[in-house]
Ligand binder design. Structure first.
Ligand SMILES: Nc1ncnc2c1ncn2[C@@H]1O[C@H](COP(=O)(O)OP(=O)(O)OP(=O)(O)O)[C@@H](O)[C@H]1O
Ligand SMILES: [Mg+2]
Length: 372
């Protein structure tokens, strides 16, 4: 008996006969034959998946009829040229399904007597990876630029604050003393900003040490509350966390940035919650441009009930100098420096937000390898 379904068990006009028919059928790549009037003569299983249509809806029907508007796509432009000029070609393009959704395909097209043979590969995953890589390269480039600027700027500031301090030591008259003190404190604030920039650029001297996230937050709570005392209470829900290896000052800076942002997002008041906990990722998990390996993590979440963010803002919050605040209100360095500090500790920050409802930022820090 013939092992392969050449006996009509395949819907006509499907024709995958011959000894290797079932190999073609199960190929990871899509394989289809189109006739001169764009009708599907043969589709293997992968094409059925790519087409998002059952096989019986495809065979014998024209692709123009099944995908209204396909004539306008780069994919069809290539198919048409190959059909008319009887040449082979390839194309990589994003295809938008009429019912919504899209996928990236790489197609290789070859004229055959019946019409065209098309080999297709779904490259959506590779495309998503490439986009993530581009985003992280952009952040790295911005980081290098900022590092150069911050370095020179820091040196100038040291000279300015140093000169102010010297002048103050010379016992100036009261009016001048006030001005000098003002200049000195502005210089110190600017130095703190440079610190943030350097942290973002991962060039700040850091001192990773075993850190108990829960205990550190508990000890830091007073300062957090004072930083937002005006209108928003800070509630703490602290569950045990695995110990992490991180610079303590950097950790506090990250939490403070998140809490201050939360308070800024609630001009009419609201509440901020800070949670800690223990999380296990069973598999590699991506957060924006950062991918965390599977394993145990300490998680810290800051949630607010504020204005929230539309997706296009949420996608950019870690970019240096990205701010939606008016001039003088925000530098846009808070989250980008926090991102740098957390990445340096091997962690990542996840954002979740809905306009009008609030936002939640979760910092994941890898558990320190246990001593035993
Ligand atoms: N909790 C939040 N709710 C809504 N929007 C937020 C929240 N946190 C951050 N954002 C958005 O992300 C932007 C960038 O935040 P980031 O902390 O980097 O800078 P900033 O707060 O604007 O300035 P800076 O931190 O220097 O004062 C903010 O301007 C705001 O649009
Ligand atoms: Mg901020």
């Amino acid at each position: 008996m013939d092992e392969f379904p050449t006996d009509g068990s395949i819907d006509p006009p499907q024709a995958a006969d011959g000894a290797y028919g079932s190999v073609l059928e199960r190929l990871h790549e899509g394989f289809q034959i189109l006739d001169h009037r764009w009708r599907y003569l043969y589709v293997n299983d992968a094409v059925v998946a790519h087409a998002r249509r059952p096989r019986r809806a495809l065979l014998g029907r024209s692709m123009l009829e099944l995908y209204p508007g396909i004539e306008e796509t780069p994919i069809f432009t290539t198919l048409r040229r190959c059909m008319r000029q009887r040449v082979s070609d390839q194309v990589e393009s994003r295809f938008f399904y009429p019912e919504g959704g899209s996928a990236w395909f790489e197609l290789r097209v070859q004229p055959v007597p019946e019409g065209l043979a098309v080999l297709s590969i779904d490259v959506s995953e590779r495309k998503a990876l490439e986009a993530r890589l581009r985003q992280s390269q952009r952040l790295d480039a911005a980081g290098r630029l900022a590092a150069g600027l911050a370095h020179d700027f820091g040196n100038l500031l040291s000279a300015i604050t140093g000169a102010c301090a010297l002048a103050l030591n010379r016992d100036p008259e009261p009016g001048v003393r006030g001005d000098l003190e003002l200049a000195l404190s502005a210089g110190e604030r600017a130095s703190a900003l440079v610190e943030q920039l350097m942290a973002f650029c991962r060039q700040r001297a850091v001192n990773p040490q075993p850190l108990d996230v829960r205990a550190r937050i508990a000890a830091f709570a007073d300062l957090l509350r004072r930083s937002t005392a005006r209108r928003c209470p800070v509630e703490l829900f602290l569950e045990p966390t695995p110990p992490v290896n991180m610079d303590g000052g950097g950790f506090e800076q990250v939490v403070l940035n998140l809490v201050v942002n939360a308070a800024d997002a609630m001009p009419d008041g609201g509440s901020i919650t800070v949670r800690t906990g223990d999380v296990l990722f069973e598999q590699e998990t991506a957060f924006g441009a950062a991918t965390l390996p599977a394993g145990r993590y300490a998680a810290l979440t800051v949630t607010d009930t504020g204005v929230g963010m539309p997706p296009e803002v949420a996608a950019r919050v870690f970019e240096p100098c990205f701010t939606t605040k008016s001039e003088g209100q925000g530098t846009g360095l808070g989250l980008s420096s926090s991102y740098g500090i957390v990445r340096q500790a091997g962690g990542a920050i996840a954002v979740c937000s809905e306009p009008g409802t609030g936002s939640s930022f979760t910092v994941y820090l890898p558990a320190a390898p246990s001593a035993d």
